[in-house]
Design a protein around this ligand. Structure first.
Ligand code: DGJ
Length: 734
């Protein structure tokens, strides 16, 4: 039987409708969360259940969905619930699972109302739900960014009852999709091999991407994915693609469950693993954001949407150009004196770099940090290595016109440290059990507010070591094992979540006091690459693997979700310290220049010719790097399915572009260069193409002008004849 229908369409022009906490009799309504090119359509049924009808291309007036006929069976089914909770007729993977004081587990959420508000660049829709029996209230919050086609989804859960409850699952969102095929693209990884792309067609068994590492949560799998719809092939340029990313730096879980109907529900959020969250009467919990975008321009379109959104709304200082730098780690490791550092600063200045970053090894006296087995926790300057202090080194850098940065790892402590002896209760541990070490260190318990203060104090005091410290590299070098917090006592379930909340509290305080310092988020390389930490950090240390060949694979995959402005990429020495691989210096520069360029080697070991090439590459990078930091990314050759890696960044007005091409595998070739089809240019405009950093170009078209249609249509064929051939071109519209 068809139900009597009425229409409530929340469109961009709509004003406040009903306060979400106002209980009211539900009538069949459509709620639309719209961006310029996409829409998420929710249906409020007469029985109060709220379901997802559609996420994807705009559909015109969403109220047209009300004419869709539905059977009684559809009406009672729980397929497509906007926020499925354990209980009622629902038996699938829950977004919400609550255990109540009487031991019951059932929640049935029904619509109470919806509101819509606007702020600059964002329209927020809140859909209120409530369980009438237990009085649990849930607000589904949708932040729509119309211009970027991004929707951020999170949830506020409030215990409106009179007794305490436990949240066992409390996901950020559940997205329901209806397609014929779902091709999942996601990344796996390890230390020095982060972000390895993997693709699979989703079957009917449950697919889960998750982390239980506590910290360093993204080293193995990133909390993000692309989903190509209605196709078995991955395309950069065409077809429907949804990209999703969770803004959370701790344990997470993203599940993909196909119904027997073929439809798919994606539940994403904080991992429920050992993390039941207690809510006393009247208390609330707010989940992190799950970000979604949809594009009909393939993976490239979805990536560009997220990048634009990230630069504008999420990444701290997003889109602004950050300085090139020399980092001391691979060039000096723990072995340096003031003199070593001053020489490196001189060399960095000579090559045209803009900042010197002093990495690990500068602290600890009773337990000096001369290797990774001592000193963490004791953040005073090591007087035998640096008797004149940090100020002396920083001032020297500043006197040469360089900025100065320094490394800290404030969440960690070595057992051999004064801190571990004075505050053993601050270490993550479980009573009566061994406290396992990783990289000879323990983790400090950031669920404890006293530790929050201590960690904040490390940052604050480090900033006082010299006037005008410009950059902090924040490292975090192990996972959490045998978890536990002496501070939390009997509520150990809170540990994993409270740790991340503590970390964010510290970061928030840091940003209040130090809005201008640049912060690099490092966690043994790419162990904390997520939109949660990027709210406070300007960039990430992409990987400890600095081998330019490996970086092609890592950086390609990172670019699927994260913009190039966050991607630190350094030129290191050969043989590469991680892989032993030997690559030409130009290949290393050309790779590093596609992100935030840095160097991480001992410049004294460079020959005069290598120095001259370095100077040239750094000089040319400074001319086009605004495109890397703020342009639109187009990937036109993938290292995962071809012997080439090709990408380009195009200015918003399409008047300038920089094109990077690399040969990443040997294959027998015929005469002539590889034809690449460039993207994102204006077909009608004419661009002058100039190869960078060479005397003799590898393309016959160097220094000539061509139309965008020619360059995108098959005319661009630079010769990259051998493994490690590479070329960078700057395009300027005439
Ligand atoms: C791990 C980081 O990823 C490296 O870049 C370096 O900072 C070391 N830690 C220092 O211990």
């Amino acid at each position: 039987m068809r139900k009597q229908k009425s229409v409530l369409v929340l469109c961009l022009a709509a004003l406040l409708l009903t306060h979400p906490t106002d209980a009211r009799k539900a009538k069949q309504e459509v709620i639309a969360v719209e961006t310029n090119n996409t829409v998420l359509v929710l249906l409020v049924q007469e029985n109060g259940l709220v379901k997802t009808l559609h996420y994807g291309a705009s559909v015109g007036n969403p109220s047209q969905f009300l004419a869709m006929s539905s059977s009684e069976e559809d009406y009672n089914s729980c397929e497509g619930l906007a926020y499925p909770a354990t209980g009622g007729r629902f038996i699938g993977e829950p977004a919400l699972h609550v255990k109540y004081a009487d031991g019951t587990h059932n929640t049935e959420l029904r619509f109470t109302g919806a509101t819509q508000t606007r702020r600059e660049g964002c329209v927020t829709t809140i859909v209120g739900l409530k369980d009438d029996v237990t009085k649990l209230q849930v607000n589904l919050v949708y932040d729509a960014y119309p211009a970027e086609d991004v929707i951020g989804m999170h949830v506020e859960i409030r215990n409106g009852g009179s007794k305490p409850v436990e949240l066992h699952n409390y996901a950020s969102s559940a997205l329901f999709l209806d397609a014929k095929d779902y091709l999942l693209t996601h990344t796996w990884g390890a230390w020095a091999k982060e972000m390895q792309m993997e693709q699979e067609l989703l079957g009917h068994d449950m697919k889960v991407i998750e982390s239980r590492r506590g910290v360093q949560a993204t080293q193995a799998n990133n909390p993000s994915f692309l989903l190509s719809l209605n196709t078995r092939d991955f395309s950069e340029t065409s077809g429907e693609v949804i990209a999703g990313a969770l803004a959370w730096s701790g344990n997470y879980r993203i599940s993909f469950e196909r119904e027997s109907s073929g439809r798919l529900t994606i539940v994403s959020g904080i991992s429920p693993h050992a993390s039941a969250w207690p809510l006393a009467a009247g208390e609330s919990f707010t989940t992190p954001d799950m970000l979604y975008t949809w594009s009909c321009e393939g993976a490239g379109g979805a990536s560009r949407n997220l990048h634009r959104w990230g630069r504008k709304y999420s990444v701290y200082g997003g889109g602004t150009v950050n300085p090139t730098l020399l980092n001391s780690w691979e060039g000096a490791y723990f072995n340096f004196t003031t003199e070593t550092l001053l020489r490196m600063i001189d060399d960095a200045t000579g090559m045209g770099l803009e900042m010197f970053v002093l990495d690990d090894g500068w602290f600890g006296n009773a337990f000096p940090r001369n290797s990774d087995n001592a000193g963490l926790g004791d953040w005073e300057v090591n007087v035998s290595k640096l008797p004149e202090g940090i100020d002396y080194v920083a001032s020297y850098a500043h006197s040469k016109g360089l900025k100065f940065g320094i490394w800290i790892e404030p969440e960690m402590v070595n057992p051999d440290s004064e801190l571990a002896h004075s505050h053993p209760e601050w270490v993550v541990q479980s009573p009566g059990r061994e406290i396992y070490q990783g990289r000879n260190q323990w983790v400090l318990d950031l669920s404890n507010p006293a530790v929050e203060d201590f960690v904040y104090g490390i940052f604050d005091r480090t900033m006082q070591l010299a006037p005008n410290i410009d950059y902090i590299k924040w490292d975090c070098n192990r996972v959490i094992q045998s978890f536990g917090s002496p501070y939390l006592g009997a509520v150990q379930d809170k540990f994993y979540v409270a740790y991340v909340q503590g970390l964010y509290n510290v970061m928030r305080r840091i940003r209040e006091k130090y809005p201008h310092v640049l912060i690099q988020c490092c966690s043994s390389g790419g162990g904390r690459v997520d939109y949660g930490s990027l709210r406070y950090c300007n960039e990430v240390w992409t990987s400890d693997d600095t081998d330019a060949l490996q970086r092609a694979f890592i950086q390609y995959s990172q670019s699927l979700i994260y913009p190039a402005c966050v991607m630190a990429s350094h030129v290191s020495t050969v043989p590469n310290h991680q892989t032993g691989n030997v690559t030409p210096l130009k290949f290393r520069f050309d790779m590093a220049c596609s992100g935030r360029l840095g160097m991480e080697l001992q410049p004294r070991n460079l020959s005069d010719g290598e120095r001259a090439l370095a100077e040239r590459c750094i000089g040319s990078y400074k001319q086009y790097r605004d495109l890397v930091f703020g342009g639109d990314l187009y990937r036109f050759a993938s290292p995962y399915d071809s012997p080439y890696y090709g990408l380009m960044y195009v200015s918003e007005d399409r008047s300038r572009a920089v094109v990077f091409t690399y040969c990443v595998a040997y294959e027998p070739r015929t005469v002539g260069g590889k034809v690449f089809r460039l993207q994102g240019l204006d077909p009608a405009r004419t661009y002058k193409v100039v190869e960078q950093n060479v005397d003799a170009s590898c393309w016959w078209g160097h220094d000539k002008a061509f139309t965008g249609s020619f360059l995108m249509g098959g005319g661009f064929n630079p010769r990259l004849p051998q493994l490690y051939s590479s070329a960078v071109f700057v395009l300027e519209a005439e």
